[in-house]
Design a protein around this ligand. Structure first.
Ligand code: G4P
Length: 549
């Protein structure tokens, strides 16, 4: 299925892009492009499904996610995801709601794929952080939220599963602030103790919104709003306690504040239960009412390209072989300015070569639909885009280069050797392709043999690499983990010095020529840094360097 509805399909014949001045601004103002991040099982899929239900993009919940034994989201297309019950890849949903166009970018829900999440967030203007009210922030996913903070994205928080016993929300507010450094500002607040959920106080109106269960939340339910005085009579002590807690929140100034939300410092918080639909509409309305529309984007030199400038966009994700029947190669492009029309010839920034967009599609799991028109905030899938790399800019007329998407400091390393030397060619082809997609980083010893060393943030990246290499390229691989745990960017001079210090450091090169120094112990690195402050040992991505867990 696809949820694109009629959005993004041209009624007009293609014309030159820059004739559409003003239209891109108008259209982008009604767009909201965001991602949902959560720990696996916190309810991301259920919430996504309910968004579609409330937007009228599906008639009944369950269309995205089959129940019981058929459990898997339509977007979980990859065999390994199905076998493991995890989401590795990500896709894009587009639907209309309240005369707006919502682009929902799916992120992999596992910390091992936080680099992929980071790339997706580069294409989002906001994020929703979904937490299970019984679990709060789980150590495993802290990294994903840190990634979000590192991008300074505005974040909405949804405390999910309030229909079940959980932790006290005041405790969760402290946890969010302490662990992520994001200050929650509750917009709705629960009435009733954990396990005895009665509904919420909507702090904007002071009304009580009564909780009602719908059978598995299959259809969108109307919410019952009750005036405060009536709520006091009906709910008694539960209501009084909630009012007292809201008083506490008022006293500490925990109120929705747009400026600090947009700066990524505070997070409007909603409580609810995606399964029973409760709170879903509040959250979706907040996406429209407070999440920012696409804004003008700064290029690598810091110059801002206006929304109405001719078409531009950048590649934030590459995915090949999504459709096993056609060995394809798909680049996901976030539109940043202008009007995109399918068939237009754009310039590929890094090579300066023309690129045809005849086969632009929307991307929803394994399903595709041609996309004829797109505006800032939208995501295009460009088919057979084998020359495109993550971070590449595409544009029309006025040249622009958007900043590259930083790669992460890898924390795990393994030497890769094909088990069958007769399939060396397939091994090389798979290695190149999977590196291009960012499945793993590939390093080489610049002075030694060309045996590749794979570098990753999480162990599961290696599993995906081996699995896909065997399935898609017919080459099996043996991985030999090394003892290195931390990498720094370095230069030739420091590399020479490091080599003289002995075997506890290894110098490897990325394909782009960047030199990485790999250390077995962060303490050894710290000692070298303090003994030789003039050496070049730069964190690969500074914001993430402290988050190794
Ligand atoms: P994920 O994408 O973040 O991994 O989570 P997903 O939506 O798949 O939800 C994980 C489990 O939590 C599912 O149960 C789902 O029904 C349940 N869930 C989601 N939201 C709520 C909620 O608000 N309240 C309650 N009580 N449960 C919720 P499951 O048993 O694993 O699958 P299923 O058989 O229900 O599909």
């Amino acid at each position: 299925m696809t949820a694109t509805g009629d959005v993004g399909h041209a009624q007009t014949s293609p014309t030159r892009n820059n004739g559409a001045t003003g239209l891109a601004s108008l259209e982008s103002a009604r767009r909201r492009t965001f991602a949902i991040i959560s720990h696996p099982d916190a309810g991301k899929t259920t919430l996504t499904e309910k968004f579609l239900l409330y937007a009228g993009a599906v008639a009944e919940a369950g269309a995205v996610k089959a129940r019981g034994s058929r459990r898997r989201a339509t977007s979980d297309w990859m065999a390994m995801e199905q076998e493991r019950g995890i989401s590795i890849t990500s896709t894009v949903l587009q639907f209309s709601y309240r005369d707006h166009v919502v682009n929902l970018l799916d992120t992999p829900g596992h910390r091992d794929f936080s680099e992929d999440t980071y790339r997706v967030l580069a294409a989002a203007d906001a994020a929703i952080m979904v937490l299970d009210v019984a679990k709060g922030i789980e150590a495993q996913t802290l990294k994903l939220f840190e990634v979000c903070r590192a991008r300074s994205l505005p974040v909405l928080t949804f405390l999910n599963k309030c229909d079940r016993p959980g932790r006290h929300p005041l405790e969760l507010l402290d946890e969010i602030e302490e662990q992520i450094g994001l200050r929650p500002t509750p917009v709705t607040w629960p009435v009733g103790d954990p396990g005895d959920f009665r509904g919420v106080i909507d702090r904007r109106s002071g009304e009580f919104v009564r909780f009602a269960r719908t059978a598995h939340g299959a259809t969108a339910a109307e919410e019952e709003r009750v005036a405060a005085a009536d709520a006091e009579r009906a709910e008694g002590p539960a209501w009084r306690q909630a009012v007292e807690e809201v008083g506490l929140l008022d006293a500490v100034g925990a109120r929705l504040d747009e400026a600090s939300f947009l700066a990524g410092e505070t997070s409007p918080l909603f409580v609810g239960s995606a399964l029973t639909n409760f709170g879903v509409r509040h959250l979706l309305d907040a996406v429209i009412d407070v999440a920012p529309p696409p804004g003008p984007r700064a290029d690598a030199a810091g110059e801002v390209r206006p929304i109405d400038a001719p078409f531009s966009g950048f590649v934030f994700k590459i995915q090949s072989n999504m459709d096993p029947a056609h060995r394809d190669h798909l680049a996901f492009v976030r539109v940043c300015s202008g009007r995109f029309e399918r068939g237009m010839t754009v310039t590929h920034g890094p090579s300066g070569r023309p690129f045809s967009t005849k086969y632009a599609t929307s991307v929803f799991g394994a399903e595709r639909d041609t996309i004829d028109v797109a505006y800032p905030g939208d995501v295009l899938g460009l088919v057979n885009a084998s020359d495109l790399r993550i971070g590449d800019t595409l544009y029309v007329d006025q040249a622009v280069a958007f900043p590259p998407i930083p790669t992460f400091a890898p924390e795990l390393f393994a030497t890769a050797r094909p088990t069958d030397t007769g399939r060396h060619k397939q091994f090389r082809r798979g290695l190149d392709q999977l590196e291009q997609e960012g499945v793993v980083q590939v390093l080489y010893d610049p002075d030694g043999d060309r045996t590749p060393v794979l570098a990753a943030v999480g162990r599961m990246q290696f599993e995906v690499f081996s699995y896909r290499l065997a399935k898609e390229f017919g080459a099996t691989v043996e991985l030999y983990p090394t003892n290195h745990t931390v990498a720094r960017r370095t230069d030739e001079t420091t590399a020479a010095e490091l080599r003289r210090t002995g075997s506890r450091v290894r110098i490897l090169a990325r394909r782009d020529g960047a030199l990485l120094a790999l250390f077995e112990s962060p303490y050894w690195l710290a000692r070298l840094e303090s003994d030789h402050p003039d050496w070049c040992l730069e964190p690969v991505l500074e914001e993430m360097a402290s988050s190794a867990s």
